[in-house]
Unconditional design. Structure first.
Length: 70
């Protein structure tokens, strides 16, 4: 799944767009804080465990590819 991340937002929010998700995070893009927050927000949004969500591409970019594990 393709995801566009917007760090340093006022609120945490997940928006479903045509071909990807856009996730607004209050966490800054420093020391992996935004990636950690992204996993937490997606786990809550999809009602699944954080350990079942992995960033497979784009750890240091705003454009990310996420994989949901079984």
């Amino acid at each position: 799944m393709n995801i566009r991340v917007v760090p340093n937002a006022k609120h945490n929010k997940v928006l479903e767009e045509k071909d990807r998700l856009k996730v607004y995070l209050t966490a800054p893009a420093v020391d992996g804080k935004a990636n950690k927050a992204l996993i937490e927000i997606l786990a809550e949004h999809f009602n699944m465990r954080k350990s079942k969500i992995k960033i497979i591409k784009g750890e240091k970019n705003r454009e990310k590819v996420i994989k949901f594990l079984d």
